[in-house]
Design a protein around this ligand. Structure first.
Ligand code: C5P
Length: 223
């Protein structure tokens, strides 16, 4: 039993994919279902936190007790995150933010009268990188990484570049971890060590991530 060990914490979680419009009918997106982020929101609320969830388009109901803001694009998510980031004591970025968006959003539907079509893409803001650069005193920052190889090295690199306390690395080349499934297995990396969590349900995984965050909070406050 975990009890109310997140009581008094203001938690900000992002979840789901973003959608980057190309024209009135089409968008670029990814396979994120939002399940991991929603499991984190549900379990954080159960453990006593005040929870804000910024969600891309997903098919999941808002967990009880959680305040949800729905967004579509990476730029909308960026704006919503920075509205709430200042007041958050813990930020978990579980969303699969699109790295690129179509450079132009066409007002009219693109026609298929050509043999081919090239899309010009523009870089989206890296929300987590900006959070890491502007991190508030005492704020705990948790990132996710979806990787298909070199999980440990890639995770460690992102932990450092984005100035994070903790990163949860997912193997997306597996049917039982990462995108769309109900189970997950995460390599959890902080500044001191790496721990491979057991393969289990996303809600249990979420609770194990919170256990580690609570650990990190305790360490901070003891300092
Ligand atoms: O660099 P990469 O996309 O692999 O990093 C993943 C982490 O960064 C996730 O926590 C994701 O939510 C966050 N991210 C972000 N903004 C982006 C891209 C990723 O916040 N544009």
């Amino acid at each position: 039993l975990t009890g109310q060990d997140l009581a008094g914490e203001r938690v900000l979680i992002t979840a789901g994919p973003t959608r980057e419009p190309l024209d009135p009918a089409r968008f670029l997106s990814n396979r994120s279902s939002g399940k991991m982020g929603y499991a984190l929101a549900r379990t954080a609320y159960r453990r006593g936190a005040e929870v804000h969830l910024i969600s891309g388009p997903v098919a999941l109901p808002c967990p009880p007790g959680v305040e949800r803001v729905s967004v579509q694009t990476a730029r909308e998510m960026h704006a919503a995150v920075f509205q709430l980031a200042e007041k958050a004591s813990i930020i978990v970025k579980a969303a699969a933010v699109a790295d690129f968006r179509p450079a132009v959003e066409e007002r009219e539907k693109v026609k298929k009268d050509k043999a081919g079509l090239s899309l010009q893409l523009s870089r989206n803001p890296d929300i987590l990188y900006e959070l890491g650069r502007n991190r508030k005193e005492g704020q705990v920052l948790v990132g996710f990484a979806a990787e298909s190889s070199n999980l440990q090295a890639e995770g460690r690199k992102k932990l450092a570049t984005k100035n994070l306390d903790l990163i949860a690395v997912n193997n997306i080349n597996s049917d039982t971890t990462g995108f769309e499934c109900d189970t997950n297995q995460i390599l959890l990396i902080d500044r001191e060590r790496d721990v491979l969590l057991p393969m289990t349900g996303k809600e249990q995984t979420a609770d194990m991530i919170w256990d580690r965050v609570v650990d990190l909070l305790g360490k901070r406050r003891d300092k």
